[in-house]
Design a protein. Structure first.
Length: 230
């Protein structure tokens, strides 16, 4: 990560700090919604993706009230209420190395944001970020790398726990970031399409860098460089 930020001539980065909402269980809506949510979660655990796709497909044939509640739950946006923190590159690297974002309280989340300030231009730019949807393993890793190559990106691939994260090495302007995200959504489920939707709503991307005892006990682990970077 430090080498990538240096090569990209990043001077300032942004972090998002928020409290993650509890996972949707269905029971808070109705017993019927719960009965649909449980098999959707089983489907997600088996395939590694598709929770909301499976649940909303079942919602088509349920009653209007339950369907409406499920649709509203599917539209929840996790970034609402997030706090933005701007840091210089060196300060961020020092804090990251010192474990500043490790072992946070349950459901507290810190994400690295795509929005950066680049040297020389001093203009707001974005590092292309991707949240992949494939399971860790040789097939998942190869698919993630092939998807990144297909998008014409280069950078660093990390194993995030249940899948992979990608950090691009070439800053782009916001319109180009939107185009990259739009193209990447065509690669679902290798790329997490719901994650892409949330990033488009925010106008920037974010990937978790923190750990906590409940949801994310393990920090993302570097896997490989994709393309040529220092």
């Amino acid at each position: 990560m430090p080498a990538l930020l240096l090569e990209a001539r990043v001077e300032t980065i942004e972090l998002n700090v928020l409290r993650r909402r509890p996972s949707f269980q269905g029971g808070e809506v109705s017993p019927l919604a719960q009965s649909l949510t449980d098999p959707a979660r089983d489907e997600h655990q088996a395939r590694g993706f598709g929770f909301w796709e499976f649940l909303l497909a079942k919602a088509v044939t349920t009653d209007s009230g339950t369907r409406g509640d499920l649709l509203r739950a599917a539209l929840r946006h996790n970034s609402d209420g997030a706090t933005r923190i701007a840091l210089g590159r060196e300060e961020f690297v020092e804090l990251l190395g010192a474990g500043e974002y490790a072992n946070l309280s349950p459901r507290e989340l810190v994400s690295f944001c795509s929005s950066v300030v680049v040297a020389d231009t001093k203009q707001p730019m974005h590092l292309p970020l991707l949240d992949l949807g494939v399971k860790p393993g040789s097939d998942g890793e190869a698919s993630a790398i092939d998807a990144i190559h297909a998008l014409g990106l280069r950078g660093l691939l990390y194993m995030s726990g249940r899948s992979y994260h990608f950090y691009g090495a070439e800053p782009v302007a916001l319109p180009d970031l939107v185009a990259i995200l739009g193209r990447s959504q065509l690669l679902s489920p290798i790329v997490d399409s719901r994650w892409v939707s949330h990033q488009l709503m925010d106008g920037r991307c974010g990937l978790r860098i923190s750990t906590d005892s409940e949801k994310a006990p393990v920090a993302p682990v570097f896997v490989t460089k994709v393309g040529t970077i220092v």
